[in-house]
Unconditional design. Structure first.
Length: 357
């Protein structure tokens, strides 16, 4: 493509960017949450396209300069330099276009197919301390989702008397959530002195995290006779209606034995619809994994058996260090990371490792 055409495209994108920025700065537009999120996504795409165009324009200019020298110069040394410059930038151009094609494919998959994730966090080995650690992870991921402006919903939650988490299921919206959080799946191990420990001994406990992508517009037929429904009172905040009426729903899918509970909504019908949607996603994921030869092994590979030896990451409080055993890398300041603020550093390091591979 000629430089003039590339520059025209860049100018057009600049106008589109200015239009989106003006729209996003309008206070009235902020009240329409869905429109605001869509405009934000569009702005991100436009900025990415602009950066790519600027890069390719820079390379094309160097190629054009080298071609002009080759066409006009008579000095052998200058011709050799121009030839070397031309070859170098042709290689850069090919690599850049290949990388751009891969990114477009990945972004297209995230935008078009995945609308978010279902994150399941469960206490593993270690009794009450494992439940308290599971609660810490639950809070960390919720705070991180809020920092990314991803809408989230607590689907189901079961806590211990001391405030630990037996099991928590969160739905996080946003196509990027899967790409950013998929590596969090697995057994997380903690080494610290529990608040209930009188002798000051360091205990080792675990919690498991499973990540399931939520797919848009799933076409899976579930017959009414395949579902067994039970209703119960929701636990936790939500007001009189939620806590005193049986609004929570539990679905048992008889053919697979899958059980889905939902208590995030105020009304029984809404909880049933949400539970059914989650069931369809789980069946879709199971079917996809079966086609690729993974089936339930995929989920088991994420959460293992929650034994201490199957860890993907260790949170060592006495040494204020988090170590990921897949990257073989450590980070400090555990408290900041568990608040959700420092988690992005780990996620970015995984992203870099992915691109290097």
């Amino acid at each position: 493509m000629e430089l003039n055409q590339l520059q025209k495209e860049l100018d057009q994108l600049q106008k589109e960017k200015e239009k989106l920025l003006k729209k996003l700065s309008n206070p009235e537009f902020l009240s329409d949450k869905q429109a605001f999120e869509e405009a934000s996504r569009q702005l991100k795409k436009v900025e990415l396209a602009m950066n790519n165009l600027k890069e390719i324009i820079k390379i094309e200019k160097k190629i054009k300069e080298a071609q002009e020298i080759l066409a006009e110069a008579t000095d052998d040394e200058l011709l050799a330099l121009a030839k070397e410059e031309l070859e170098k930038n042709q290689i850069l151009k090919d690599k850049f276009l290949e990388k751009q094609e891969k990114e477009n494919h990945q972004n297209g998959e995230a935008d078009n197919n995945i609308k978010g994730i279902l994150m399941e966090i469960r206490a593993g080995t270690g009794g009450e301390e494992a439940a308290l650690f599971a609660q810490d992870l639950f809070t960390m991921y919720c705070r991180y989702a809020h920092s990314q402006n991803w809408p989230l919903r607590i689907i189901d939650m079961s806590q211990t008397a001391l405030g630990g988490l037996r099991e928590g299921i969160i739905e996080i919206e946003g196509g990027e959530s899967y790409e950013k959080l998929k590596q969090e799946a697995g057994v997380h191990r903690v080494q610290r002195i529990p608040a209930t420990e009188k002798s000051g001994r360091v205990h080792t406990s675990t919690a498991t995290v499973a990540i399931l992508p939520q797919i848009k517009n799933i076409e899976i037929e579930i017959k009414p006779e395949e579902i067994e429904e039970t209703f119960f009172r929701a636990s936790g905040p939500g007001g009189q209606n939620v806590n005193k009426v049986e609004t929570a729903v539990r679905l048992l899918h008889k053919p697979t034995g899958l059980i889905i509970a939902c208590q995030s909504e105020r009304h029984q019908k809404q909880n049933r619809e949400k539970a059914l949607e989650i069931l369809k996603n789980k069946l879709f994921n199971a079917k996809t994994q079966e086609i690729t030869g993974k089936t339930e092994k995929e989920r088991r590979s994420q959460i293992g058996s929650a034994e201490r030896s199957e860890k993907i990451r260790t949170y060592n409080f006495p040494q204020d260090r988090i170590t990921d055993h897949r990257l073989k890398k450590s980070w400090h300041n555990i408290e900041e990371i568990l608040k959700g603020d420092g988690l992005n550093n780990i996620i970015e390091d995984f992203k870099k490792e992915y691109h290097q591979r």
